[in-house]
Ligand binder design. Structure first.
Ligand SMILES: [Zn+2]
Length: 544
């Protein structure tokens, strides 16, 4: 079946294309537009914008931490018509079904859950398999685990660490490796309450820097496309820009991705000792070609912070709003769930909001700054359309700034920034660049052979409205959204990477797990059938 999207403005930065034209799809792939051939189905895109499906590289949508947050905040259940009202746990964060539908309605077709402990990978994948429409992936967390710290303590060589990283990716079915406050959670278990890049984990005698560098080298040596994904130390603290700058300098020419950099963009200037340090941070990113970042934009309103940075979450527990929180101990990182309400009239929250936008606007290359709210930590992902609009309009930013505490705006550069993102820049940041960063070479683009994930938007001046409800979304060539409403429920798959490794690691890991936990390795392994549903899947509405 040949499907044609006819006469839209095709914005496809991967191929340097921005012109009015057609996109054709067959058997789930983009194909050449055949001369003279009649399409079996044609969708009129005249006056509309046509982009590849968007890709979110960092959004907490599944797994142990996320599900615990749903349970903690069950009173925030928000019905999202037409399904979620009848779905258990449809709260902030959203249920699996609401997640798939709400992302698809905005034209997103691939989403990465960025923080899964290897021992909980099966749980995360089973939730992802229950998340409709979008394709997905996990990043697997290492860096506070006993086995890695033990290798570093005993000064095993890089080869042993590479084998362990490759084995962990295979067992957990990850697309990349994340490190969360490297060494910080291990030190927290020894009553350490503050942990920086050159601090030492007491029992193991290794620094955060040593852990980050070892994992960075391993990911690079294994040719995993996505660079080591780093959640730095000292998240959220005044003056933590120094931590971020130190970590950027430690990239030393190898690829490194820093997550939700907004939460590290804080100086100590001003009467309150809290200010934006986004400008020097953006300058360092601009000057360090091997580093990419995502923002973790804050937006105002109720949300919940979910993090495997157990040290930080413990220290932030008294800021919980509503006043309940959960710290989960466990292997490696553990986790913390702390609900939080970002308030428009709060000095600190207003500075945080400004820092995120400054990073977006001061980092020059849209293929090195990625679009995230660190959902749900900075804001729910459904706020994305408002953020696109803010990036594209200086006037809109001025309106928001006029409603914020004036003293907060004096400690940021945001009011002076004139840049406005263009649609091709938005497409770069949300399509072509994330596909490249994740090594997903067949998406984020619209040339023949690419996956037929396509989003079509009305070209209205109200950019938030435009991005909130796509006119059409096609997943693998099939229409799944029309005018922002779901037209068909189908299921995507988890995307994984599997680097080569020495098979002898299997024997070592079997001995380790049997000796330490009394567990067989089979307990950890995520099976192939947990990565996707058999198609065609016949959807039964929840209400029936
Ligand atoms: Zn995160």
């Amino acid at each position: 079946m040949l499907t044609r999207i006819a006469g839209g403005r095709v914005i496809d930065p991967a191929n340097g294309r921005d012109e009015v034209g057609d996109i054709c799809m067959r058997d789930g792939r983009i194909v050449e537009t055949p001369a003279g051939a009649r399409a079996d189905a044609t969708y009129d895109a005249a006056g509309k914008i046509v982009m590849a499906g968007a890709i979110d590289i960092h959004s907490h949508i599944a797994g142990w931490n996320v599900n615990t947050a749903r349970l903690l905040l069950s009173e925030q259940r928000q019905p999202a018509a037409p399904f979620a009202a009848t779905v258990p746990l449809a709260s902030a964060p959203s249920s699996t079904f609401a997640t798939g539908y709400l992302y698809a309605a905005m034209g997103f077709t691939t989403v990465v859950e960025p923080a899964v402990a290897p021992h909980y990978a099966l749980h995360a994948h089973l939730e992802l398999v229950d998340t409709p429409i979008i394709d997905k992936a996990i990043l697997t967390i290492l860096g506070n685990d006993d086995y890695l710290l033990g290798l570093l303590h005993s000064k095993e060589g890089d080869a042993a660490i590479e084998d362990y990283v490759a084995w962990t990716l295979e067992m957990s079915r990850g697309l990349g490796i994340k490190v969360v406050n490297a060494g910080g959670a291990a030190a927290f278990k020894e009553n350490v309450r503050s942990f920086s890049f050159d601090d030492i984990v007491p029992s193991y005698g290794v620094s955060s820097r040593t852990i980050v560098k070892a994992l960075q080298r391993a990911v690079n040596a294994l040719a995993v496309p996505h660079p080591l994904h780093v959640h730095c130390n000292n998240l959220g603290l005044a003056g933590n820009v120094e931590t971020a700058l130190t970590t950027i300098a430690a990239a030393e020419g190898l690829p490194l991705h820093l997550a939700h950099l907004q939460f590290y963009g804080y100086g100590k200037e001003g009467d309150r000792g809290f200010s934006s340090a986004a400008a020097p941070l953006a300058e360092a990113v601009n000057a360090t070609a091997s580093v990419t970042i995502d923002v973790g934009q804050v937006m105002f309103g109720q949300t919940v912070t979910i993090s495997s940075d157990v040290l930080r979450q413990f220290n932030a527990r008294r800021q919980a709003s509503p006043r309940k929180w959960l710290i989960l101990d466990g292997d490696s990182n553990g986790a913390g769930i702390v609900p939080y309400n970002y308030r428009r009239n709060d000095f600190y929250n207003a500075v945080q909001w400004a820092v995120g936008l400054e990073l977006f606007l001061l980092i020059e290359n849209p293929s090195r700054v990625f679009f995230t709210t660190d959902h749900p930590n900075g804001a729910h992902f459904t706020t994305y359309p408002e953020i696109f609009a803010l990036l594209m309009s200086r006037d809109l930013r001025a309106q928001w700034i006029s409603q914020l505490p004036p003293e907060a705006m004096t400690v940021t550069t945001l009011p002076s920034i004139t840049r406005e993102y263009t649609l091709p820049e938005i497409a770069t940041m949300t399509r072509s660049a994330p596909a490249k960063l994740l090594g997903l070479t067949d998406r984020g683009r619209l040339d023949p052979g690419a996956v037929a994930d396509v989003a079509v938007y009305e070209d209205t001046t109200d950019r938030a409205k435009m991005f909130r409800a796509a006119a059409y979304v096609f997943k693998d060539g099939e229409l799944v959204v029309r005018d922002g409403s779901i037209t068909r429920c189908r299921f995507g798959r988890a995307l994984t990477v599997q680097p080569e490794r020495d098979r002898a690691i299997e024997r070592r890991m079997r001995a380790y797990y049997e000796g330490r936990y009394g567990l067989a390795l089979e307990f950890l392994k995520v099976p192939e059938h947990a990565l996707g549903r058999p198609e065609p899947f016949e959807f039964v509405p929840c209400a029936s």
